[in-house]
Design a protein around this ligand. Structure first.
Ligand code: MOS
Length: 738
């Protein structure tokens, strides 16, 4: 058995299909006789639909039907239970009633023979409303109806008593705006029915959950629904759970008797498919004379919708990153007239660590300690929130390695003191942290008589490299080269796998794939030692399998010959592996170091360098792992500098709902130097591969590292994301984000 393929950096095995256009995405599917749906979306954020004028739309060319709250089949809600595997984030069904809870909500759906005809007719639908005053933002929500307690709260010791009278303390509030996922590929469904069986192509990070939710909604057995999502143009969390368009498309297909394709327009990607909610976070920290934390409170409020409670668990990391005997974490929500929020890359931790890691910087300054030294002195050695040891924690080494490479120790701590020509140089750092989760999983592996292996699992590859690492695991155990291994994902006809979220996939799927591979090898050994086999006299346990060959006492037989000799197609394994145990606290760790350059003469702010060291257990694919962290760093820079969905305070309407005005980093915004150090310590308490998953941790702490560097350069402490340049200019009123 060779282990060199684990940790190597082979290219994505699905790459060729993607660059040659043979990888089909959801909306690339055009079943015979397919019709097109186009939504009519509410132009008010709160109220009700009082009338629909459909005459002009009905006479528009190619129109087949127009659905709305008075003309839509009776469906059922999904229980929306993660445990049952049928989670949806927006529980209200489209066209359930005439109520409007957010701007951009479906109020009608036109189905026509072409996309253009559907869209043209949709624009002819007249909608009259009774408009109520909308709650447009967090402040308005808190003022109008206060807050509701959320989940994930934690309390230990007595934080208030140990805050009062402490040697040093800070009491600061941070805010983060709504951010919208904006994957390149828009949400899309292609639904078709055969009798009472539904097949739907969806851009989905979770085909199994969508299948089960659709079965509940249409009241049919799970086995009658097939969801396919072999390729998706990313999701960042927006595609974890099904949104109303998929229900609308499925119902329209059943009612019209034709397959229906429905693509969510880019503008509605800001309304009806989730977003990261707005947060307000109050941090109160105190230390003793030696700069040791004695009290820590992290209280957050996030916006949610009027239809569902979504909790952004901003304090999730705060519970365990630092050692502190007196600590409180609380989460509250307030309802606003926006669509239901959802997980966005590192939910909770991304906005939460902007606040916590900014506050740690402020606390270090207040206590007169270097921020790096402050962290080293206060990092927790065990998870004090759960009273558990960490399975593996190398945050001190990560911090030191990155600091060394970055040159942190050459930093002059005085604000604005480091100059290079016109520019003022700022250095900032922050810790990063994310939970490691492993779920139960099934996978099937066939070793086939044509010399290939065939692997199936109903998880997804959202562009991150899942196809490739699964092939690497099979290659590791069989010795077959990657090009002889076919991996099929994203189809509910395969054994059940996890959603592509939470950085779960690597740790969850690889043990199942490995177990299925071993089962297939066992079956093969059984054939080889049967009466007709090549090793008929041997005990199956005494056979070895390496490089695609069975060996026994120096005799080697290619496994293909074993199968062919008995006229067999394949040896198969189907494994079902369990989720993580609770012997340890399983988490990943890291640190970001950022250099910003501020040119006050022309108000230019840029990130010049990033050095990040990440401790995620063993790295399975050095290239795709690095890509995940690099991408997360870029997304973190977007969070720090650019991203904010702005809502009109008068009517709760998102105003920058397109790629032109919702600004994400482009190539010109990339830092010239991004250096990712992967520590690569196998976490063998977590799973046999020692891997914890890497999709999300890289964004955590990034915005704080930037904000801390901006403070070091400019002396301005920006506590409200994003850090628009206007906020750094003197004598110019700061732009208010929503
Ligand atoms: Mo991630 S927010 O779990 O797709």
């Amino acid at each position: 058995m060779s282990d060199s393929i684990i940790g190597a950096g082979p290219k994505r095995i699905d790459g060729q299909r993607k660059v040659t256009g043979t990888a089909l995405y959801a909306a690339d599917h055009h079943p015979d006789n397919m019709a097109y749906g186009y939504g009519v979306f509410s132009t008010i954020a709160r109220g009700s639909v009082t009338g629909l004028d459909l005459d002009a739309a009905r006479q528009s060319p190619g129109v087949i039907d127009i659905f709305h709250h008075d003309h839509f089949p009776d469906l059922h809600r999904s229980p929306a239970s993660m445990a049952q595997g049928n989670k949806v984030e927006e529980t209200r069904l489209p066209f359930e009633d005439n109520q409007v809870h957010y701007e951009g909500q479906f109020v009608a759906l036109v189905v026509a023979d072409t996309f253009e005809n559907a869209r043209a007719a949709a624009r002819k639908v007249g909608v009259s409303y009774q408009r109520d005053d909308a709650i447009a933002n967090l402040d308005q929500g808190v003022k109008a109806h206060g807050t509701t307690s959320g989940s994930g709260n934690h309390e230990r010791g007595d934080a208030p008593a140990n805050f009062d009278g402490a040697a040093h303390s800070i009491d600061v509030t941070y805010t983060t705006p709504v951010e919208t996922h904006n994957p390149m590929e828009m949400h899309a469904s292609v639904a078709s029915w055969e009798g009472d069986r539904l097949t739907i192509y969806e851009s989905s990070q979770g085909v199994v959950q969508q299948r089960n939710a659709l079965a509940k909604i249409f009241g049919i057995p799970q086995g009658y629904v097939r969801v396919e999502s072999p390729f998706i143009g990313s999701g960042f969390g927006a595609k974890l759970w099904m949104w109303p368009h998929a229900v609308a498309a499925s119902a329209a297909a059943r009612e019209t008797g034709r397959p229906v394709q429905l693509v969510v327009p880019r503008q509605q990607m800001f309304t009806t498919t989730g977003h990261r909610p707005e947060t307000r976070q109050r941090l109160r920290l105190a230390t003793d004379n030696n700069g040791r934390l004695v009290s820590l409170r992290h209280e957050s409020i996030n916006t949610t919708s009027f239809t569902d409670q979504y909790v952004e668990t901003c304090g999730s990391v705060t519970k365990s990153l630092y050692s502190c005997p007196n600590l409180t974490v609380s989460h509250e929500t307030t309802q606003v007239n926006r669509g239901t929020p959802t997980s966005m890359r590192a939910p909770g931790a991304a906005p939460g660590l902007f606040a916590l890691e900014s506050a740690i910087d402020e606390m270090a300054h207040a206590a007169g300690v270097d921020p790096l030294e402050f962290r080293m002195n206060n990092y927790a050695d065990r998870d004090e929130s759960q009273d558990l040891d960490f399975s593996s924690n190398h945050i001190r080494e990560a911090t030191e390695k990155a600091a060394e490479k970055f040159g942190w120790h050459d930093r002059n701590p005085e604000v604005g003191s480091m100059r290079d020509g016109h520019e003022i140089v700022g250095y900032g750092m922050a810790a990063c942290n994310w939970e490691a989760i492993k779920r139960e999983c099934e996978a099937r592996v066939s070793l086939r008589a044509d010399g290939t292996a065939y692997v199936t699992c109903a998880t997804q590859d959202i562009g991150t490299g899942t196809y490739t690492i699964i092939a690497q695991a099979v290659s590791d155990l069989t010795g077959l080269p990657l090009e002889k291994i076919t991996v099929r994902l994203g189809d509910t006809s395969y054994p059940e796998g996890p959603v592509s979220g939470g950085s779960w996939v690597t740790a969850t799927t690889l043990p199942a794939v490995a177990a299925a591979t071993r089962e297939a090898i066992e079956e093969l050994k059984g054939y080889a030692t049967s009466d007709k086999g090549d090793f008929a006299d041997a005990d199956s346990d005494s056979l070895e399998f390496e490089d695609g060959q069975l060996t026994h006492n120096g005799q080697r037989v290619n496994y293909v010959d074993v199968l062919k000799g008995q006229k067999l197609a394949s040896a198969d394994g189907h494994a079902h592996t369990q989720g993580a145990d609770d012997r340890y606290s399983y988490r990943s760790f890291g640190a970001h170091f950022v250099e910003v350059r501020w040119d006050p003469g022309i108000s230019s702010l840029r990130v010049a360098r990033v050095v990040s060291a990440i401790d995620v257990g063993r790295v399975i694919n050095s290239m795709t792992a690095r890509n995940q962290v690099e991408g997360a760093i870029v997304m973190g820079l977007g969070m720090a500098h650019f991203e904010a969905t702005e809502y009109d305070a008068r009517n709760a309407r998102p105003v920058n709902n397109d790629y032109a005005e919702y600004v994400v980093p482009v190539h010109a915004d990339q830092p010239p130097e991004v250096d990712v150090i992967l520590l690569d310590y196998p976490d063998l308490e977590f799973n046999e591969f020692g891997a914890r998953g890497i999709g999300e941790i890289g964004i955590t702490g990034m915005a704080a590292a930037v904000a801390n560097a901006v403070y070091h350069a400019t002396g301005k402490r920006v506590r409200d994301l994003p850090i628009f340049k206007e906020k750094l200019m003197d004598n110019i009123p700061a732009v208010q984000s929503a």
